[in-house]
Design a protein around this ligand. Structure first.
Ligand code: GLN
Length: 454
């Protein structure tokens, strides 16, 4: 904990931590020491972690990197962080992210972008997003692990961009209680760590049924670390042909083929599969996610939380709502609220929202059929490129940024577990990740496949 606290002090340029909690860290570390001495050390005893700013942490600023939650200190603790601390973990502080987890580069944050510890010729790169601060902190050795959340790729894409491991569990595996909601039917928390084993240990502490979240699953959590046998003989790995996008860089193709070869060498059978509705995933996601976001973000009205705009003479409650939301929300969040409100409005509901829901069901069915045919896991690239430069995409058409999520959003739409594992460097010397997608509730098996690739 001491080493991490001093590393954080020296790494201000990464802008990974946005609220520092050294007093809490010292206190938790001292308590962990006592437990160690008493011979009662739980799995994460004394392990220093960073917590994404989307998690409500009691008494500590929790702003989802938004101006609208300025000054908000929750009176309660999210279930996931409560479980981590019960497991002995130490909180170093809160981590930067895209505002309300909307973005793929950490550039929509009210705190400014986080920076990727990896560089090419001193050019500053994005750590990815939305869990960009989490990725930068783990890759930059500021903590041993971090929490992330993933609605459309926000754990897996930043993990790939920074050369670390990130797993999005099955929808319902971790409680969403106390995590600021973006798109409730897609959001899942997960660990971001240096190794697959660390991910297994950390996920163990995060997972489990919680009566406070009606979508959290009441099914047993197996021993994830025990699943890491390295034995994948006889397993069937699917390579989905629809993920071979036109214009895919040769080095991503090679990475993918090398990953398949490693799994084959370890005794798995590699099979070609088809997920025919893949091409509709991005448009469906960018209807469903903003729709849910527009509804979830309606609660930020200047009354209950955080920021309230100064009012002029004659301003009433409507002006208060309008001014507060115009000042408090950033551009990307406002864009999502507008898209969401539009696709849910009476005249357009059937044409957009209902259609997107139907497409989502078809995407899920594609996966169900492949798994029913005996496939154990699916291998794809995690991202279409390595980390891009800061400012490079943010200034372009927002759709360019959305295209980054092409390999990851299907997994959220289908509620499946997905993991990104570091898989080598590209020609520029930047990390690339491979994604493995697993059967529902088979995180142990998924982690074991990732363990072979690591
Ligand atoms: N980049 C995607 C978006 O902007 C995914 C974000 C996420 O997973 N939270 O919506």
């Amino acid at each position: 904990t001491g080493a991490c606290l001093s590393a954080i002090e020296k790494a201000g340029a990464l802008n990974a931590f946005v609220h520092h909690t050294p007093e809490i860290a010292q206190e938790q570390a001292a308590a962990a020491d006592q437990r160690l001495k008493a011979g009662d050390a739980p799995a994460l005893c004394g392990i220093p972690l960073g917590i994404k700013d989307l998690f409500c942490t009691r008494g500590v600023p929790s702003q989802a990197a938004s101006g609208i939650l300025e000054g908000f200190r929750p009176e309660y603790e999210s279930t996931v962080t409560r479980q981590l601390f019960a497991s002995g973990a130490v909180m170093l502080g809160k981590l930067n992210m895209d505002e309300f987890a909307m973005g793929s580069s950490n550039e929509t944050s009210v705190y400014g972008n986080a920076v990727n510890p990896w560089k090419v010729d001193d050019r500053l790169l994005t750590p990815g997003g939305s869990s960009g601060g989490s990725a930068a902190a783990v890759a930059g050795d500021l903590c041993l692990g971090a929490t992330g959340t993933d609605t459309g790729g926000s754990i897996r894409q930043p993990a790939a961009f920074t050369g670390i491991v990130g797993i999005k569990p099955t929808y319902g595996r971790c409680s969403r209680w106390g995590i600021v909601a973006f798109a409730s039917s897609l959001d899942q928390a997960g660990p971001m760590t240096k190794t697959v084993r660390d991910a297994a240990i950390m996920l163990q502490a995060m997972a489990g049924h919680d009566p406070m979240d009606s979508t959290s699953a009441d099914i047993p959590v197996p021993d994830f670390e025990a699943a890491l046998t390295g034995d994948i003989r006889g397993k069937k790995i699917g390579i989905p042909r629809e993920y071979r996008m036109e214009g895919m860089p040769a080095e991503i193709e090679k990475l993918w083929a090398d990953g398949a070869a490693m799994l084959r060498d370890a005794g798995a059978e590699i099979v070609d599969i088809s997920l025919p509705h893949t091409k509709y995933a991005l448009p469906a996601y960018y209807v469903v996610a903003p729709a849910e976001a527009s509804s979830n973000l309606a609660r930020y009205d200047g009354v209950r939380y955080g920021h309230r705009a100064a009012l002029g003479k004659g301003d009433g409650i409507v002006e208060m709502y309008e001014k507060t939301r115009a000042e408090g929300f950033g551009k990307e969040v406002q864009r999502r609220v507008m898209i969401g409100t539009y696709v849910l409005s009476a005249g357009f509901y059937d044409a957009y929202y209902n259609r997107a829901r139907k497409v989502r069901a078809l995407i899920k069915r594609d996966f169900d059929e492949v798994f029913a045919a005996g496939v154990d896991a699916i291998l794809t690239p995690a991202t279409p490129s390595s980390a891009f430069g800061l400012g490079e995409m943010a200034s372009a058409d927002p759709v360019q940024m959305y295209l980054n999520d092409v390999f990851t959003v299907t997994v959220n739409l289908a509620g499946l577990p997905g993991i990104s594992v570091p898989a080598g460097l590209d020609q520029k010397g930047l990390p690339l990740g491979l994604q493995l997608i697993g059967r529902p509730w088979a995180e142990g098996d998924l982690l074991n496949h990732a363990y072979v690739l690591e």
